[in-house]
Structures are given as C-alpha cells and as structure tokens.
Design a protein around this ligand. Structure first.
Ligand code: NDP
Length: 266
C-alpha cells in the first residue's frame, strides 16, 4: 500500500479507524471520511500533513460522496484504493420495525457504497486500483433481527460483484471483505425498532476479534488483490455450512442469535 492514495469511509471509529492507522503505517496516503470531523482530526493529529486528508462526509448524501472524491483528486491527483467501510446496524424484528430504520440502513450501507464507488470508479480504472466493500457474514446469511442490515450487505455483494465482472478486462481489483463479530461501537449505536440507538451491546466485546486484527487482514487482502475475505472461525463455518446445508443453518443461526441478551425473539 506504499504511496497508494487510499480513501476510507467511516474512518472515525472501529474497523475504519483501525484501517486508517494500518494504511498510514504501511506508507499509504490516507483520506479519512466520516461525519465527525473532530474524531478524524484526533486520529491524524500527529501524522505528516502531506500524507493525509480529513473529509467531513455523510455517505447517505450523494453530494458529500462526490465532494469526497473531488477533494481527494484535488489534493493527491489520483485514487488507488477506495474502502467502503461506513456502516450502521440494527436490532428489531421485521414484523415490528419502523420502515425508516430499514431505509436508513440501506441509505448508509448500500447507497453510501453506490455513491462513493460510482464517483471513484473512473479514477480507480486509471490506476488499476482496488475497490473494497466492508460487508459482513450477514451478507451471506440472513441474521434474524437484522433485516435491514443483512439486506444492505447482500445488496453490497451483488453491486460489487457486478462492478468486478463489468471491469474484468480493465484490471480493476474488487475485494468483498466480510468480518465476523468484531469489537467496535457498532452494536452500541445499532438502531432499535423505533429508530433510537439501542445504547448498549448485547455481546461481550472483549471476546470479539479486535478491529486492529481485522484491519491488518483487510490490508493484506488488498495487497494480495484477493476477491473475498471472510473472517473469524464462526464466520468461515457459517459461510461454508450454509453453502451445503442452508436449511440446517437457518435453525443454527436462530438458536445462536436467540441467546443474545434482550433478543427480540426466543
Ligand atoms: P463503528 O460503529 O465502530 O464505526 C462505524 C463508522 O461508520 C464510524 O466511523 C461512523 O462515523 C461511520 N458512519 C456511520 N454512518 C455514517 C454516515 N452516514 N456517513 C459517513 N460515515 C458514517 O462500527 P464498525 O467499525 O464495527 O463498522 C465498520 C463496518 O464494518 C460496517 O460496514 C459494518 O457493517 C462492518 N462490520 C462490522 C462488524 C462488527 O462486528 N463490528 C462485523 C461485520 C462487518 P461517523 O459517526 O463519524 O459518521
């Protein structure tokens, strides 16, 4: 990743913050994007100013995504890597959820990826660069209580696969990265059925894969120009078993998720 101009959305927290630090440590010129600019400034405060750019951007806004790409080109003149990482989650039964929650999930996770990828693509084609989506194991298997989340990640897979195939002869690299459960802020702020943040995580975050490990593995996969990356033993088992025994896995997933604290189903 040395000298590669690398845009990371959702760089103010969790996996995105760890990706920004890892990319910078590997010598990349890093563009950090998120809504909370002060959090980005905190991350980059000791970095060399010629090697990074902080951009305040809400990925649900097409205009902000266009601006993110324009500002990157203005400062660095090229884009080598775009990591679509910004994302939010939810926890509510589909039967009970306010539909605005599903819309917000799609706007952030799916449409944010559409906007940034679309504006970055001409630049990525020039550099034969890498287009990355931070998806999830929930993009392979529907997770109960996460209808909008799983739908947005399945949609990301379809989108990125099409972009990969359309550009198969043009040297574009597309990576779909699927972390398993990772320690971060995502479950604290996940949306409940009425759209409010659920406030606390139902999992013991200290037992989950650290965001720093996820970031290292994603950067390794970018350098090796891998197509797909699935993380954690549970994540790999879920994807593999679901391929051959999808009906059996429906029950396994139900039973596993029902054990979460305050699960909306039993
Ligand atoms: P965090 O909540 O810790 O970080 C989410 C990041 O996304 C923040 O930087 C936030 O920045 C940004 N973000 C959210 N909404 C927007 C928006 N509208 N515009 C711009 N940025 C936004 O979560 P994670 O680090 O865990 O999540 C990162 C990605 O990893 C997500 O796509 C998630 O689905 C995926 N993932 C996470 C897993 C986990 O267990 N943690 C497992 C599998 C995948 P700000 O609020 O400043 O805008």
């Amino acid at each position: 990743m040395k000298d590669k101009v690398t845009i990371i959305t959702g760089a103010s927290s969790g996996i995105g913050r760890a990706l920004a630090r890892e990319a910078y440590a590997r010598g990349a010129r890093v563009v950090l994007a998120a809504r909370r600019k002060e959090a980005l400034e905190h991350i980059s405060k000791e970095w060399n100013s010629s090697s990074y750019l902080n951009v305040e951007a809400d990925v649900t806004s097409e205009n902000d995504c266009r601006k993110l790409i324009d500002e990157t080109i203005r400062k660095f003149g090229r884009i080598d890597i775009l990591i679509n990482n910004a994302g939010i989650s939810m926890r509510a039964l589909f039967e009970e959820v306010d539909l605005d929650v599903i819309r917000k999930l799609m706007d952030t996770n799916f449409w944010g990826t559409v906007y940034c990828s679309n504006y970055a693509l001409p630049h990525l084609l020039k550099t034969k660069g890498s287009l990355v989506g931070v998806s999830s194991v929930a993009g392979y298997k529907g997770l109960p209580g996460r209808a909008g989340y799983s739908a947005s990640k399945f949609a990301m897979h379809g989108l990125l696969e099409v972009i990969r195939i359309e550009n198969i002869k043009k040297g574009l690299h597309v990576l779909i990265a699927c972390p398993g459960f990772t320690s971060s802020n995502i479950r604290n702020i996940a949306l409940s059925k009425d759209g409010s943040s659920q406030g606390e995580t139902p999992l013991d975050e200290s037992k989950l894969m650290p965001a720093e490990t996820v970031a290292k593995l994603i950067c390794n996969a970018i350098e090796k120009r891998k197509h797909t990356l699935v993380l954690t033993t549970m994540g790999k088992m879920t994807v593999l078993l679901n391929k051959f025994f999808p009906k059996f896995m429906d029950g396994m997933v139900y039973n596993h998720m029902a054990k979460e604290a305050d699960s909306p189903f039993k």
